[in-house]
Design a protein around this ligand. Structure first.
Ligand SMILES: *[C@@H]1O[C@H](CO)[C@@H](O)[C@H](O)[C@H]1NC(C)=O
Ligand SMILES: *[C@@H]1O[C@H](CO)[C@@H](O)[C@H](O)[C@H]1NC(C)=O
Ligand SMILES: *[C@@H]1O[C@H](CO)[C@@H](O)[C@H](O)[C@H]1NC(C)=O
Length: 438
């Protein structure tokens, strides 16, 4: 981790006024930390917990006295802001009109509410703009406000012509495809989302092998899926990819949040591996784009409070839900829900939602039921999960997995859990639910 932290410091260091100052969102204090406690001008060293203080936007009261040199002002900041609460240390973007956190809810276009959304991971891989436009139109007219699509498509070999890919990882090198069968396809989704005022969640890597995933990096650079998180060379490639995507859309009104990855897991690892990675990566994203929210994309594994002792609550998959949500550069939490895959009863789902909501409320950040699915009887099984999420303080939205529609090529991808626009199941899971919220 040390080498990775140094890399981030180097990148952040570009804007510092002297070697003594810590850049935007850099670490500036904490047990075992021996670096500078002085933030660059405009940032204040904010106490987060015993192990972590971070430079966040703002000034101390001392700064109001004069335009004195920033080093004098900020050198005293680590003591003056020690009592700053977690939630007030999160950069807020309300005034700029970007989607933001407001207490335990989200604000979109100035309206604070509980929001409903969906997943259509495949949308950036379509090659026909009119299909993309058609899907966004149907999603928007349904009242779905948040849409999650894959922001990654990693390959080890360039696929045949006409197949979309975003990044080639081959023999220790990485090539980002910004062309017509590359990130221009993601551009089309972002443009359509802007036009229809739908807000996107965009993850940068997959835990799973679909569309490459961490194993595509491992194939090109070595290591394993569990060493992916703290291997310097791999993290440099991952961050370069993040920069390529974030810089394309950092001013877009259509981004709801950047997401570190889809369902990051590190089986059998100490949870510090993923927590350290998430702190480093989220701070890096904030340094590139302070206006948009950042979240983890985790499933919610690793929770003590409210645990019933079952596997999903265990820490075996290397994530600590509480620790990850407490990272100051993580704006909100995510949970997923697949009781059938996790060996749980479907009725267990509501308790999974409410226990996490309670932790989110305790930490003071909203969470979203970002994925949930079953392959049959969706109305009867999923509606109670949605109702629980709506009724639980700390839960601020839900997004079913996954959305289906009719494209120029036929029906969109069906993984068994797909709910197609215009069907009776859609009426129940989408239309009725949104009407109930008002
Ligand atoms: C915010 O969320 C809470 C709990 O989820 C809800 O009761 C409340 O009505 C929401 N506030 C607004 C302004 O939407
Ligand atoms: C990197 O992660 C692995 C688990 O994948 C862990 O065993 C190792 O201790 C970590 N290294 C550092 C320096 O944190
Ligand atoms: C999870 O993280 C929280 C907050 O940092 C910590 O208090 C707790 O001990 C951690 N749990 C485990 C099992 O690591």
């Amino acid at each position: 981790m040390k080498a990775i932290a140094l890399l981030v410091f180097t990148l952040l260091g570009c804007s510092t006024v002297s070697a003594q100052t810590v850049g935007a969102y850099g670490q500036c204090g904490g047990s075992g930390y021996s670096g500078s406690t002085v933030c660059i001008s405009g940032y204040v060293c904010t106490y987060e917990n015993a192990f972590y203080s971070q430079c966040v936007p703002g000034t101390t009261t001392l700064a109001t006295t004069t335009t004195s040199s920033s080093s004098t002002v900020s050198s005293s900041s680590s003591t003056t802001t020690k009592s700053t609460s977690i939630s007030s240390s999160i950069p807020k973007s309300t005034s700029t009109g970007f989607p933001s956190v407001n207490g335990l809810n989200f604000t979109i276009d100035g309206v604070t509410n509980y929001y409903v959304g969906t997943n259509a991971y495949w949308l950036p891989f379509l090659t026909d703009d009119s299909d993309v436009d058609h899907v966004l139109g149907d999603i928007a007219s349904s009242g779905l406000k948040i849409l999650r699509v894959w922001g990654f498509n990693d390959v080890n070999i360039i696929p045949s012509s006409g197949t979309v890919w975003f990044q080639l990882l081959e023999d220790g090198t990485a090539t980002i495809n910004t062309g017509a069968d590359g990130l221009e396809r993601l551009d089309a989704v972002v443009s359509a989302a802007e036009a229809y005022d739908v807000k996107l969640i965009i993850p940068f890597v997959n835990n799973w092998n679909d569309y490459g995933g961490m194993n595509a990096y491992v194939t090109a650079f070595g290591g394993s899926q569990t060493t992916w998180y703290n291997t310097t060379e791999i993290q440099e490639v991952y961050q370069a990819y993040i920069e390529a995507v974030v810089s394309r859309y950092s001013s877009s009104s259509a981004i709801f949040a950047w997401e570190l990855g889809n369902e990051p897991r590190c089986n059998g690892c100490d949870t510090s591996v993923i927590t350290d990675w998430a702190a480093t990566t989220s701070a890096y994203i904030k340094s590139l784009d302070p206006n948009h929210m950042v979240t983890t994309g985790i499933e919610g594994f690793g929770l003590t409070a409210g645990s019933d002792g079952s596997y999903p609550y265990s820490f075996n998959e290397g994530t600590n839900f509480t620790a990850l949500l407490s990272i100051p550069t993580i704006d909100f939490g995510t949970i997923h829900l697949y009781p059938d895959s996790w060996g749980e009863a479907e009725t267990w789902g509501s308790s999974w939602v409410s226990t996490h909501g309670a932790t989110c409320a305790a930490i003071g950040k909203p969470c979203i039921l970002e994925e949930f699915g079953v392959s049959y009887n969706q109305c009867a099984i999923e509606a109670p999960w949605q109702a629980t999420s709506l009724d639980t303080a700390g839960m601020a939205g839900d997004m079913f997995w996954q959305y289906g529609d009719t494209l120029s090529t036929g029906e969109s991808s069906d993984d068994g859990n797909t709910i197609y626009y215009g069907t009776s199941t859609y009426s129940c899971v989408v239309t009725d639910h949104i009407e109930a919220i008002g």
